[in-house]
Design a protein around this ligand. Structure first.
Ligand code: GLA
Length: 335
């Protein structure tokens, strides 16, 4: 595991590693200008190798779930690993977050990773060459650019994301439930008991999933609600409101005590807001600390879960010879 350090002119600092093309640490200032690391992670590579929480990793070939790990493409059925109950999750037993990538520093603020996923790897068709570039801009943004291209001429499916867990207090011993969330999304994709979307795009109005104006994560998370029960809290895909393709603002999260604000921009159609419901204090993280229930949250920009089996969702098929691109920006400031 090699570490690459990115710094910008305001003193922000990010470290990334070629193992899993993972964001390891991210130091951003609070409203007093005090830097703190606001992402969860491990101290060494064995943490990332054994870890089950996907801390900071680049997720693929297919981020999120595929029902029964099965899908059909061009009349052929493919069976992937079932690593999440009866379903496939985050690329399988050895997803992109668990492999070594090639790295190339582009500048002191940018590093590019490459990985070639072989035809048949984790059951996916086609050889896929994947690129992930992290850039720490002078606008206090972590910009992640993804690209992917299939090699010898087979169509495949792709859905890449980043699985950073944020805690904007800078102290993951404090839960994230008082963070205030806005999601620029008037619909979400409800799930079944196995967290697979039903195919419906449901209006958030009048539900605990309405974050169209800012609300504390805690405000409605404890409500009696079938969707919250299925997700053990929030662990759902929202349909980002957009009028045209390109980068749009999908989310923002404000942490009142530190004043830190994160804004998320993406070219993707969806965003998974996950409130850290499976963190249970069993994994040892940075500095030997443990991460308890809801001590971090994720905002995973993505195509909707189980798209290969949902003809009404935007397609995740990558045709042979075509190039997939996707960009997500996490912008940091204070209020
Ligand atoms: C994703 C999933 C969650 C959980 C985490 C990792 O966000 O949607 O259900 O599996 O990854 O723990």
């Amino acid at each position: 595991m090699r570490l690459y350090t990115l710094t910008n002119k305001h003193g922000l600092k990010a470290t990334v590693t070629n193992f899993g093309a993972t964001l390891v640490s991210l130091e951003v200032p609070d409203r007093q200008g005090k830097l703190a690391d606001i992402v969860l992670g491990y101290d060494d590579v064995s943490g990332y190798e054994k870890g089950k929480a996907y801390f900071g990793g680049s997720i693929g070939r297919y981020g999120n779930r595929i029902a029964s790990g099965r899908f059909s493409l061009n009349g052929k059925t493919y069976q992937l690993a079932l690593n999440d109950g009866a379903n496939h999750l985050h690329g399988g037993t050895r997803g992109f977050n668990h492999v070594e990538w090639n790295a190339r520093m582009l500048s002191g603020q940018s590093v590019e990773f490459h990985y070639t996923s072989k035809d048949g790897e984790e059951g996916y068709p086609g050889t896929l060459t994947v690129g992930v570039t992290y850039t720490l801009t002078d606008n206090n943004e972590v910009r992640i650019d993804y690209s992917a291209k299939e090699g010898p001429g087979k169509d495949t499916i792709v859905n890449l994301t980043n699985h950073s867990y944020f805690n904007l207090t800078g102290n993951p011993q404090i839960t994230i439930v008082n963070h205030e969330l806005t999601l620029h999304a008037s619909r979400f994709t409800p799930i079944d008991a196995g967290s697979i979307p039903t195919g419906e795009l449901r209006d958030v109005k009048g539900t605990p999933f309405d974050f169209t104006s800012a609300a504390a994560i805690s405000a409605r998370i404890g409500q009696q609600d079938e969707q919250l029960k299925f997700g053990r809290g929030y662990d759902h895909n929202w349909v980002i409101d957009r009028k045209s393709p390109g980068l749009v603002k999908a989310a923002e999260v404000f942490e009142p005590t530190s004043g830190r604000l994160i804004e998320v921009y993406t070219t993707e159609p969806g965003i998974q807001f996950y409130s850290g419901n499976f963190l249970d204090g069993t994994e040892k993280g940075k500095g030997g600390q443990v991460y308890a229930f809801r001590s971090g949250f994720c905002l995973e920009t993505q195509h909707y879960p189980d798209s290969p089996n949902k003809p009404n969702f935007p397609t995740t098929t990558l045709k042979a010879g075509q190039t997939y691109t996707s960009t997500t920006i996490y912008r940091f400031s204070t209020r």
